[in-house]
Design a binder for this molecule. Structure first.
Ligand code: MG
Length: 291
């Protein structure tokens, strides 16, 4: 038996199997203002992440460390890839969702709903039908700048149609599908909510249900990812919590700064990257885990 490092707090044998015996949390880069939006971007050769208040996006590779990627970024926040591996980005001050093309130019995918500007798109995911789902809380704008009557969750169809699929969030934030895409998890980071909700995805792209899946304290579930086995890896105040699809806390990765978000990736796909306030952290995952 190997004693887990103090970084890992296992509540289950399943959690302990997610990491190699010598797993340790490493700091890959520091000195940032507030990091968010990590995504492993094979076409760009590394990890993309956002420093929201610094108005800059970065690219990290094992060889180069962090290098400026997009500056200014219009206060970019969440990032993901579409089915073709293109980078999609939520912009706070741009108040839009953009796609980076092969030549580096940006295409605006969404910036208005019913003739009103979006609030400040926050986090984003793409399904197997290449539909883009994103949250639109008001964190990036002043109250008097809000044009939308609510903080919606949106679905953008490949034909360009934008639909509000949820209207009862206060601060919708992180958003991810279960592996079979029948369930959509969305967090609400309003001060009195702190939870992740769980929706059923109907065949026509509407959502039903929306019950509370788990409450996160301390902290909030700003961003999260679902692995191929359906486990939910979410940010929380004290680190990253790994949840079973039933909502059990399998264990925690304790992180010195409160994480905002995370992603799987790395050249061999066996790293978990964590953005947490001023620093980018990573921890190696067990070989063959296939997250
Ligand atoms: Mg967020």
């Amino acid at each position: 038996m190997t004693t887990p490092t103090p970084t890992l707090v296992a509540n289950s044998a399943e959690f302990a199997r997610l990491f190699p015996a010598d797993a340790a949390l490493v700091t890959l880069a520091g000195g940032f203002q507030f990091l968010e939006g990590p995504v492993w971007y094979p076409a760009g050769g590394g990890l993309i992440f956002s420093d929201i208040p610094a108005n800059r996006m970065w690219r990290w590779t094992p060889e180069t460390g962090p290098q400026p990627f997009r500056d200014p970024s219009r206060h970019a926040n969440g990032n993901t890839l579409d089915r073709q591996g293109r980078l999609l980005t939520c912009e706070h001050s741009g108040r839009r969702v953009v796609r980076q093309e092969a030549d580096g130019t940006l295409t605006v995918l969404a910036d208005r709903y019913q003739d009103r500007r979006l609030n400040s798109p926050n986090d984003i995911t793409v399904d197997a039908q290449d539909r883009v789902w994103f949250s639109d809380p008001p964190y990036g704008i002043q109250p008097e700048e809000q044009e939308q009557p609510a903080c919606f969750v949106f679905r953008l169809d490949p034909d360009g149609r934008l639909q509000a699929v949820a209207d009862d969030f206060i601060k919708p934030n992180g958003i991810c599908f279960s592996p079979d895409e029948t369930t959509l998890y969305i967090s609400d980071t309003a001060n009195d909510r702190h939870h992740i909700r769980r929706f059923r995805v109907l065949s026509d792209g509407r959502l039903s249900g929306g019950d509370e899946f788990i409450a996160i304290r301390p902290g909030k579930s700003d961003g999260f990812r679902v692995d191929r086995q359906g486990r939910i890896w979410t940010s929380a105040g004290d680190g990253v919590w790994v949840l079973s699809p039933a909502g059990d806390v399998l264990g925690k990765i304790l992180v010195p700064e409160s994480p905002s978000n995370l992603c799987f990736g790395g050249p061999a796909g066996d790293w978990l990257f964590i953005t947490a306030r001023t620093s980018l952290y990573a921890i190696r995952l067990a070989a063959g885990l296939d997250c």
